[in-house]
Design a protein around this ligand. Structure first.
Ligand code: 0XW
Ligand code: MG
Length: 367
C-alpha cells in the first residue's frame, strides 16, 4: 500500500465564544487537514491546529508550508511502515513536528483501516472505551470562573483547568479561591499560566493557595525559571509548552523540575512520538494529559485513541476542542464529550470519516 496522493486543506474553525488564555483572545482557529490517498484507494486523515500563532514556535501557515515541502518526499512510499516514513520526513525537513504529526496521524488511520484495527489497538490497546476529559475555563472574573466551574463539575468533568496570567496576580489568586469555594474537591484542579508568570508571581500564587490542591501548569516561560523556584513551590508543577520534543521531556525529567505534563500530540510529532513519551512517563510514574492545542474531529479522534492507552492512574484526561466549536467534520460520528468523558470510536483507523464539504479549502495537492 503506497501513498499516491497528498491533499492539504485549510479550515477556519469558528468558536462559539472567544477562547482566552494569558494575553491571547481567539475567535477562530486555523486548522490544517491532510488527506493521504493510497494506490489501493484507501484514505487516511490527519490534522494540526495550533491555538493561534503565539502559543508554540510553529504556526498554521508554517505547517502548510512544511507539508507542501514534505509531500513530494512521501509519494510512492509505503504507508505501512511509519517509522521508516518518519525517518524520511526528518531527512527532508528539520523540525516542524506539528506538520509531521498530521502525516503520522493520517498514516496510522490508513494502517488501521488496512488491518481493520482501531488506532488505539495499533498503539498497544485501549484500557477503557470511555475516556475522561477535562475542561479549560478561560480568563475571566472570579465570579464568572466559579459559576462556570460549578456548571462543568455538574456536567461530569472529572478535572478543570483554570487559565491564569496576563493580569494582576491577585486576580488570579482570587479566581482559584472562588473556584475552590464553588467546587471543592469534587473535581481535580489545574491552574495553567501558559508561560506567562514571573517566578515571583508563581511563588505568590502557590503561597496564597497553599491549602488548595491545585497543579500549577507551565507557570513560567522557561525550564530554568521553573527550576529556580521549584523547591519553594507548594504544589505539583506540570510542564506543557516547554515540551516541544521528546528530548525536552527527557531533559525536564532529568532536571527533576516537574511532576507531570500537559502533552500535545502534534507538538511531539504525532501518535508514534506520543507513545514514546507515554512509556517514558509510565517508567517514572508521571501523570500527563493527552491533548492537542485545538482542532476538529480528526485530531480529537487521534487524542482519544492515544489517551485510551495511558494507564488510568497517570491519565489527566483528554482535552478536545469540540465543546468550543459549532461544527464537526463527521457529523454522524463526531468526537464529543458526554458527562465529562469521550467515547472511543468503534470503526477501524481513527473511526471517523470527514465529510469533504466540511473540511475547508484545498490549499495544495500532490501526486
Ligand atoms: C487547554 N489546552 C489543552 C487547550 C489549549 O489549546 C491550550 C491547552 C493548554 O493546556 O495549554
Ligand atoms: Mg497548558
Amino acid at each position: 500500500m503506497r501513498i499516491s496522493e497528498v491533499h492539504i486543506y485549510q479550515k477556519d474553525l469558528q468558536l462559539k465564544t472567544p477562547y482566552t488564555m494569558a494575553g491571547t483572545v481567539l475567535h477562530t482557529l486555523d486548522s490544517t487537514i491532510v488527506k493521504l490517498v493510497c494506490d489501493n484507494g484507501l484514505c487516511g486523515w490527519g490534522e494540526t491546529c495550533p491555538v493561534g500563532p503565539a502559543y508554540q514556535p510553529e504556526h498554521a501557515a508554517g505547517a502548510r508550508a512544511a507539508l507542501a515541502q514534505l509531500a513530494p518526499a512521501i509519494i510512492g512510499e509505503s504507508a505501512l511502515t511509519p517509522l521508516l516514513l518518519r525517518r524520511r520526513l526528518d531527512a527532508n525537513l528539520n523540525g516542524h513536528n506539528q506538520a509531521k504529526a498530521a502525516i503520522d496521524v493520517a498514516l496510522m488511520d490508513l494502517i488501521g483501516k488496512h488491518h481493520k484495527m482501531r488506532v488505539c489497538d495499533l498503539l498497544g490497546g485501549a484500557i477503557s472505551e470511555k475516556i475522561p476529559s477535562y475542561y479549560a475555563l478561560g480568563i475571566a472574573s472570579p465570579g464568572d470562573c466559579a459559576k462556570q466551574a460549578r456548571e462543568k463539575t455538574d456536567q461530569g468533568f472529572p478535572r478543570l483547568q483554570i487559565k491564569c496570567g496576563g493580569r494582576d496576580i491577585d486576580e488570579d489568586i482570587a479566581v482559584v479561591h472562588k473556584v475552590w469555594e464553588a467546587v471543592g474537591n469534587q473535581v481535580r484542579l489545574a491552574v495553567d499560566a501558559n508561560r506567562s508568570l514571573t517566578a515571583r508571581d508563581t511563588l505568590l500564587l502557590s503561597l496564597s493557595c497553599k491549602q488548595i490542591p491545585i497543579v500549577i501548569e507551565q507557570p513560567c516561560n522557561t525550564m530554568e525559571e521553573i527550576a529556580s523556584i521549584r523547591p519553594q513551590i507548594h504544589h505539583p508543577v506540570y510542564l506543557d509548552e516547554n515540551t516541544e520534543t521528546i528530548n525536552d521531556v527527557l531533559r525536564a525529567i532529568s532536571l527533576g523540575i516537574c511532576d507531570g505534563f500537559g502533552l500535545k500530540l502534534t507538538r511531539l510529532g504525532g501518535l508514534n512520538a506520543f507513545t514514546t513519551v507515554r512509556d517514558i512517563c509510565a517508567v517514572r510514574s508521571l501523570p500527563h494529559s493527552c491533548d492537542d492545542t485545538h482542532g476538529g474531529d480528526i485530531i480529537a479522534a487521534a487524542c482519544v485513541h492515544a489517551g485510551s492507552t495511558v494507564e488510568p492512574k497517570l491519565l489527566e484526561g483528554v482535552w478536545i476542542g469540540a465543546p468550543y466549536y459549532q461544527q464537526h467534520y463527521d457529523p454522524e460520528n463526531s468526537i464529543q464529550i458526554k458527562d465529562g468523558h469521550i467515547n472511543l470510536p468503534r470503526a477501524p483507523g481513527l473511526g471517523i470519516t470527514p465529510d469533504e464539504n466540511l473540511i475547508g479549502n484545498l490549499s495544495a495537492s500532490f501526486g
